[in-house]
Design a protein around this ligand. Structure first.
Ligand code: COA
Length: 396
């Protein structure tokens, strides 16, 4: 068996469409309405990809989307791994693993110092250093529950969003998303803002300067409304948008509400004692530790004295970041420099949850991902504010 991993080429389109279709389902033929090149309808912008060839035949595919993800208020370059698929006959022989090894080098070369993915097979990604880190949630809520919510106390109206409103919607999204660790900035070529206008509902609440909030949703066949974004600057705007949803009571039975803003879920909605929350957790991996430390924001350091934590990173699949590092907060900025005593040992899988702040060092220790002095390690929690919920509102 000869396995070759290489960059994707235009002419791979048909073979890769077939491998992805068999893996994830979909029509036998691509939709001809999707442009000049239906096999690559989005072209080659906003992502890079690799192909596995087994004995000269294409047998596997993986892509990394160019994203940026907010941590500490700054948007960090992130490679979103997606479409990982291996032809059924070629599975179980290490093809996907070999593609992940190549992807790690590719991520680093692309300047994507962190990488996230939605795993259907966590063991595969764990073995290469990705770890469960964040939430992507949907709540299933009966629509009649929304009709009981209070009316806005200040005047708010809604109107449909138009093409010229897209920058204001994006600004409203960004003002919110930059305050939530894990959110994408939706500002790279991997995103197409106009897609909002293809949805059944894209309505906004105008403000004196820009928009106060907006709602995007689809009304598919069946009894359930599907929401995407519900962004609101203030409680009256949120009430207006929730009442907008409530207007479907009577026609539809429930709403699948994507949990974008935890304030809407926990502080504004009245949740029934029993309700369904469907989570689609995502994994994170640090690909280039010094670059990742330099790229994120560290807002909690305003409360800290200068500190230095000596790390020994165990990472055989990203050897460029294995070994001794010192994480330093010098009273001004946080950085990662080589050297130190290696007082705290962090395994590759610990890096993602630590970086995001989703797991504290006591949790990482209990999971066998961290060893060494507990007091020194706890300083790593002080930097990120761990443990805290980390959330994304896009899936890929
Ligand atoms: C998942 C998939 C890409 C794996 O490809 P592969 O080439 O068979 O993977 P590998 O041979 O490199 O497997 C490496 C490890 O991953 C794990 N793994 C792979 N497939 C698995 C599965 N279906 N269920 C559970 N674990 C699995 C195993 O731990 C395996 O290690 P082992 O061989 O020591 O048991 C392939 O089965 C596929 O295309 N599935 C359908 C699409 C899909 O689910 N893609 C993942 C999207 S996130």
């Amino acid at each position: 068996m000869t396995l070759v991993i290489r960059d994707v080429r235009d002419e791979d389109g048909e073979a890769m469409y077939r491998i992805r279709r068999i893996a994830f389902g979909g029509p036998r033929e691509p939709d001809p309405a999707r442009g000049d090149n239906p096999y690559w309808p989005d072209g080659f912008e906003g992502w890079w990809g690799i192909v596995a060839e087994l004995d000269g035949h294409p047998a596997g595919f993986l892509r990394s989307r160019d994203y940026r993800q907010f941590f500490g208020g700054r948007a960090v370059p992130m490679g979103g791994l997606a479409s990982v698929a291996v032809d059924p006959y070629a599975r179980g022989r290490g093809v996907a693993t070999a593609m992940l090894d190549r992807a790690l080098t590719g991520l680093r070369e692309a300047g994507q110092c962190i990488s996230a993915l939605f795993p259907s097979v966590p063991a595969l990604y764990r073995a290469r250093g990705w770890e469960q880190t964040g939430l992507y949630e949907r709540m299933i809520l009966p629509l009649d529950l929304l009709t009981a919510l209070p009316r806005p106390t200040a005047h708010r109206t809604t109107r449909p969003a138009r093409l010229e409103d897209l920058p204001a919607l994006q600004a409203a999204y960004l003002a919110f998303a930059s305050t939530v660790d894990g959110m994408l900035d939706r500002a790279t070529k991997a995103h197409r803002l106009e897609e909002i206008l293809e949805l059944d509902i894209a309505d906004l609440v105008p403000g004196t300067d820009g928009v106060r909030g907006y709602l995007t949703a689809d009304r598919p066949e069946g009894e359930r409304l599907i929401t995407f974004d519900l962004i609101a600057d203030d409680p009256d705007t949120a009430s207006q948008l929730l009442r907008h949803l409530a207007s479907w009571a009577g026609t539809l039975h429930d709403v699948s509400l994507r949990v974008v803003d935890q304030a809407v879920r926990d502080l504004l909605l009245a949740q029934p004692v029993l309700h369904d929350v469907r989570n689609h957790p995502w994994m994170l991996r640090v690909v280039d530790l010094p670059a990742a430390v330099a790229a994120r924001g560290w807002p909690l350091t305003a409360l800290l004295r200068p500190l230095a934590v000596d790390l020994e990173v165990v990472d055989e699949h990203a050897p460029w970041q294995a070994g001794r590092h010192r994480i330093v907060f010098d009273g001004d900025k946080v950085f990662c420099e080589p050297g130190g005593t290696g007082a705290v040992r962090l395994h590759a899988r610990a890096l993602g949850p630590w970086y995001a702040g989703s797991a504290d060092t006591a949790m990482l220790r209990r999971a066998g991902l961290l060893e060494g002095d507990a007091k020194i390690a706890a300083q790593l929690d002080a930097l990120t504010g761990a443990p805290r919920a980390v959330r994304m509102a896009d899936s890929f």
